[in-house]
Design a protein around this ligand. Structure first.
Ligand code: ATP
Length: 572
């Protein structure tokens, strides 16, 4: 994790990432992308869009509204089912997701029959206060001892829950009668920061942000309704229902995924672009989730960007296209990676699938804290289109005179081929849903290298980003700060900028080596140096970030040299 902290420091220092609203103390979980962060994000997006839209004739783009009305997300199941389980710790007041929480840390010890559970406080004073809280309110009568910042809970015995998560129990030693126990249910997880087992039962929590599309602030109407309900002595539940009714007409949601915008436009796109399955719609944009726990910088934030592709297919071709997209997407990931072994695909267990999916494979990256999802490739069946047909009478059924099998498809599920003529079917969907911010973090972690400089010097950092992702493609460096080098340096920079490559001219009075190192740190693949010889024969040197090797060439050849390198492996 020390390397990860060094990377975050680099991101802040060199303009990749800033805490949002920092001058006002910051907004938890919100980040602003600095000049280099914007470029990195845009380059990832461009590579994705190029591969999945421009290089194909079966995928088109779309950009739909973030504000989504209630009926769309009610039909899609998000209003009722887009929930995570939420648990509160009654000791630390932390809120967390049980499915991501660790299991109990337990220390066997000679002086207690069962062992001890260490509960970790941030400091000694908090440990003392927590011990008092446990003994007086949370679990009165249990035996505890203080060891610095740790409260040791003495345990007689401890039973792990079964595979269904049931039957787990912790039997604490009673302080007054040590041979007796005070029992607590244990569901197989503890509060992640402290190892506290003192938890509430889990309850579902909807992740969508709600807001109101209404020229008049609805709060006044809410207050009036609640007050009049209270005066009629209505129950809390009845008051809540009355308030919900008041808000319902103006309720809209910030979309929790971009996909629904694609589904509800399915008919419009097929009609206006004259498309028939198999074909896809790509969309890139912001999504919002009121996450229970924000974690690891930009890994989990309430506001994030998604790169989503919904590929519509005849049902009998589903198996083929699911495999096809799983494979193609993973190739894209590996193509930009330094350490391919840190990327993997993981099939979902049946019980972890989203409400709409019938199979799903995640792409995961091995972050410094462990494997984490960066993308899900899901077989959504015809769930979404069918739901919207039922709830809106949309014309999403495809009608074909003849059943066709796409030429490249080898695996056909015959029993899903309609027998009537004309053939009618609701397309199935294979979705690739990738988080742009998580992708950026994964590639930053993958590219971050610290190189020892010896002699007790701190290590220097290199970002070995794939050249196509690197924010700055080239830095042009006049050898000294002398003005006679500047016209050529500016001409080179101009020629590269015209190709759409972010190019910087570095004319500071710093040694050339230092200037190279500053660009290694932000991942610039090539540095061009203008020196005395350049003034004589118009040649310059170009230095490679990863090997340190330099080549001399005419300055007009730099453009082609970089262009060729950027094209190198575009063979997907
Ligand atoms: P997780 O299990 O980590 O919460 P998820 O399974 O809910 O993720 P999906 O609904 O499959 O995620 O969303 C697709 C992609 O969107 C994820 O693979 C991830 O890259 C990205 N994503 C989802 N939630 C967030 C978030 N809160 N912050 C940043 N990226 C996110």
């Amino acid at each position: 994790m020390a390397a990860f902290r060094a990377l975050l420091d680099l991101c802040k220092r060199r303009g990749f990432l800033y805490q949002s609203a920092e001058i006002y103390g910051g907004l938890r979980g919100a980040y602003d992308y600095g000049p280099l962060g914007v470029e990195l994000k845009k380059n990832i997006l461009n590579s994705w869009w190029q591969r999945h839209v421009y290089w194909r004739d079966d995928v088109v783009g779309l950009d739909t509204s973030i504000l989504t009305p209630h009926p769309v997300l009610k039909a899609s199941g998000h209003v009722d089912e887009f929930t995570d389980l939420l648990v509160d710790c009654v000791l630390t007041k932390e809120r967390f997701r049980p499915d991501k929480a660790p299991t109990l840390e337990f220390i066997s010890s000679k002086d207690t029959p069962g062992g001890r559970i260490p509960v970790e406080a941030p400091d000694k004073a908090t440990a003392k206060a927590w011990q008092q809280l446990i003994q007086e309110q949370i679990a009165p009568g249990i035996q505890t001892t203080l060891e610095g910042k740790r409260i040791m809970l003495h345990v007689n015995s401890f039973v792990k829950p079964d595979a269904k998560g049931e039957g787990g129990r912790i039997d604490f030693v009673s302080a007054s009668m040590p041979e007796q126990s005070i029992s607590l249910e244990y569901n197989g997880y503890v509060e992640p920061n402290s190892n506290s087992p003192f938890l509430t039962a889990s309850r579902p929590f909807n992740l969508m942000f709600k807001t109101f599309l209404d020229p008049i602030d609805p709060i006044d109407r809410v207050i009036q309704t609640a007050t009049s309900q209270e005066q009629q002595n209505k129950s809390q539940g009845a008051i809540r229902e009355a308030v919900d009714q008041v808000l319902k007409p103006s309720t809209v949601y910030l979309r929790p995924e971009t996909a629904q915008g694609v589904f509800i436009n399915f008919e419009q796109v097929t009609r206006t672009m004259n498309k028939r399955p198999p074909f896809g719609i790509a969309q890139v944009g912001k999504s919002f989730r009121n996450e229970i726990r924000l974690e690891h910088g930009i890994f989990r934030t309430p506001e994030f960007e998604q790169l989503e592709l919904e590929y519509f297919i005849p049902p009998w071709e589903s198996s083929h296209w699911f495999k096809y997209w799983r494979e193609l997407r993973f190739k894209w990931w590996l193509e930009h990676a330094c350490h391919k072994e840190n990327f993997r695909q993981r099939d979902h267990e049946k019980n972890e699938m989203a409400h709409y999916a019938s199979s799903c494979t995640d792409v995961e990256y091995k972050y410094p804290w462990g494997w984490g999802e960066v993308e899900g490739v899901a077989h959504r069946g015809n769930y979404d289109l069918t739901q919207h047909i039922k709830n809106s009478n949309a014309a999403f059924e495809v009608v074909e005179d003849e059943v066709r099998v796409s030429p490249s498809v080898m695996e056909v599920d015959e029993c899903l081929i309609p027998t009537e003529k004309p053939a009618r079917y609701v397309p199935h969907v294979i979705e690739s849903s990738c988080g742009l911010n998580r992708t950026m973090l994964a590639y930053l972690c993958d590219a971050f290298h610290q190189v020892s400089e010896g002699n007790n010097k701190p290590p220097r950092s290199i970002l070995r980003l794939h050249p196509r992702l690197a924010p700055v493609k080239c830095a042009v460096m006049p050898l000294t700060g002398k003005p006679e080098f500047m016209p050529l340096a500016e001409s080179i920079a101009k020629s590269l900028r015209r190709r759409g490559w972010f190019t910087m001219v570095e004319a500071q009075k710093l040694k050339i080596g230092k200037r190279y190192y500053r660009h290694d740190e932000i991942g610039t693949p090539w540095c061009v140096t203008v020196d005395y010889q350049s003034l004589e024969d118009e040649t310059v040197t170009i230095r490679d970030r990863d090997t340190g090797n330099q080549q001399r060439m005419h300055w007009r050849d730099i453009q082609r040299f970089i262009g060729d390198k950027l094209m190198d492996d575009e063979e997907l």
